[in-house]
Design a protein around this ligand. Structure first.
Ligand SMILES: Nc1ncnc2c1ncn2[C@@H]1O[C@H](COP(=O)(O)OP(=O)(O)OP(=O)(O)O)[C@@H](O)[C@H]1O
Ligand SMILES: O=P(O)(O)OC[C@H]1O[C@H](OP(=O)(O)OP(=O)(O)O)[C@H](O)[C@@H]1O
Ligand SMILES: O=C(O)c1cccnc1
Length: 481
């Protein structure tokens, strides 16, 4: 491909044109605080998995504009001041970023990234951070829902061909692994996330031979250790499964049957076919043969197939995971919450008629409360950075909109969710590898009640505001209205 991407320009024009204003109006060095947060969980679910931080870190570290970029901006935007363009040419991020570690289970309205930096810098990175977080968090969450439906079964990501371009396929595969998929068919992921790709065979291989049996036999010759035969090209139960059994018998007689072998169903009634195929395989002495299935699967169909008693061990999921088909976008936003002007700190608010959309002002942190005995998550609290939690005293928390809904926490401990990623423009955080992120997701799920994780009509997890923050918010609302 001759077209080379330029991530520094993969932003919205308004970021650059506002930068021009900040520069000319001497606002560029005012220290601004922005919060990045989601407003709604994907698929009307009860939680979101934050993913993409590693790519954000890479973006921030590499962010600069070269001579070619500056020439392009100068040509197309004569309103950009000469000195502003010089500023961009010498740009590098010098601020602070706190974020939740990748794979953290998060909920609407709580900051998952907090940026404190000179205004022009903090503004400039908005679009790319949102692009990355919105995409990967969406797919990681979708994958997690699908993995939960498979209830211990293996889920493989097969969606590259249906992704919205190969970049979405690649980062979608990464997110799917974070969400709990055991593997992906995407070979480029071997390079990005350093895990081997996986797969079976397609109908074309079967069709390319004179008979299905001959196709299976030749495939088996070259794939003794990963022998998953696609059995639905002609007639699943009358030809595909019997031919697969014949091949397994031939290999067993020669002592060549590996540990990973079985069949893939790709059409028809997957419950009926898997149950019948299971019986046929068991009767032939192949109880450990894997039955895998694909065909427009998602969390709802997988759950239904399991209710029908489908005997499917491994699920290949493509289109509906990689595109998050029923919920195609996540709407994380990035909002200014504070600005320093001439040494004076000014908390800021954005008012909306939709109460839930009124932003939370100030330089804030987020804590998650856990029960000291069960270690289950109880609620999250957004508070101003200088506030302290006394774990020894009972703590009353309240719903920030329906303030009469209150709860007293006792016997709890609190963990801060935002951790330092960049300080004074320097990275102070080492990203974990993909397996560690996946394990972190799995670990946390045990401590978020299942009522918050169920696919349909989950409970709403509480994200409350401290009294001090709530008061500040009210004060600003009254001041601005
Ligand atoms: N027992 C079942 N219960 C509910 N849904 C099922 C069951 N078996 C299969 N499905 C789903 O039904 C849909 C069937 O898709 P479709 O009608 O396009 O046919 P197909 O069987 O895949 O055949 P073909 O690939 O030849 O078009 C898929 O989404 C599949 O996952
Ligand atoms: O159904 P999805 O969840 O999107 O999973 C990916 C699909 O891609 C393949 O089909 P395709 O018809 O493209 O090729 P094939 O000839 O290998 O079946 C595969 O057989 C799956 O059905
Ligand atoms: O390996 C497979 O079976 C596979 C890969 C991509 C799409 N569908 C199936």
């Amino acid at each position: 491909m001759s077209f080379q991407r330029k991530l520094q320009l993969a932003t919205d024009f308004y970021q650059l044109s506002m930068g021009n204003v900040y520069y000319l109006d001497n606002k560029k060095d005012q220290i601004a605080v922005f919060d990045l947060f989601i407003r709604k969980n994907p698929c009307d679910g009860g939680y979101t998995i934050a993913a993409g931080l590693e790519q954000i870190i890479e973006y921030i570290e590499q962010l600069h504009f070269d001579d070619e970029d500056i020439a392009l901006l100068k040509k197309n935007h004569p309103e950009f001041d000469e000195n502003y363009l010089k500023y961009l040419r010498n740009f590098s991020f010098s601020g602070e970023i706190y974020a939740v570690p990748e794979g953290t289970i998060v909920f609407p309205n709580e900051p998952i990234i907090r940026v404190k930096a000179p205004l022009i810098q903090a503004q400039l990175i908005e679009t790319t951070m949102l692009t990355i977080i919105n995409h990967q968090s969406l797919i990681a969450t979708k994958a997690s829902r699908i993995v939960d439906a498979a209830d211990g079964g293996t889920v493989l990501e097969f969606g590259l061909r249906r992704a919205h371009g190969s970049e979405a396929g690649l980062y979608g595969a990464r997110a799917a692994i974070i969400g709990g998929c055991a593997g992906t068919s995407n070979v480029e992921s071997e390079y990005l996330i350093e895990i081997p790709s996986k797969g079976t065979m397609s109908h074309s291989l079967v069709q390319s031979y004179d008979s299905e049996l001959e196709a299976f036999r030749n495939y088996a010759k070259y794939n003794p250790n990963n022998l998953i035969l696609l059995v639905d090209t002609y007639d699943t139960l009358n030809s595909g499964v019997p031919n697969a059994i014949k091949i397994f018998q031939e290999l067993r007689e020669k002592n060549q049957l590996g540990d990973t072998y079985g069949i893939r169903l790709d059409s028809g009634d997957l419950a009926y076919l898997s149950k019948t195929a299971r019986k046929m395989l068991d009767q032939a002495g192949f109880a450990d043969a894997i039955i895998s299935a694909s065909s427009d699967l998602d969390e709802y169909i997988i759950r239904d197939l399991k209710l029908q008693g489908a005997t499917i061990d491994s699920w290949g999921v493509g289109t509906k995971m990689i595109t998050s088909y029923d919920c195609p976008a996540l709407g994380a936003v990035y909002k200014l919450s504070q600005i320093e002007e001439k040494g004076q700190v000014k908390p800021k608010i954005k008012i909306s008629n939709d109460v839930i959309k009124i932003t939370n002002p100030g330089y804030k942190k987020v804590v998650r409360f856990y029960d000291r005995n069960s270690h289950m998550a109880l609620a999250d609290l957004i508070l101003l950075d200088d506030e302290k939690i006394d774990e020894k005293e009972p703590l009353e928390i309240f719903d920030p909109i329906c303030t009469w809904k209150r709860k007293v926490l006792t016997n709890f401990y609190a963990k801060e969710l935002l951790i330092p990623i960049f300080v004074n423009g320097k990275k102070v955080y080492q990203s974990p590898n993909i397996k560690e992120i996946q394990n972190y997701v799995k670990h946390q799920k045990q401590f978020i009640g299942e009522e918050y994780r169920r696919a349909l009509n989950p409970h709403i997890y509480h994200v409350d505001l401290s009294e001090k923050l709530w008061n500040l918010k009210q004060q600003l609302i009254h001041q601005e209205r």
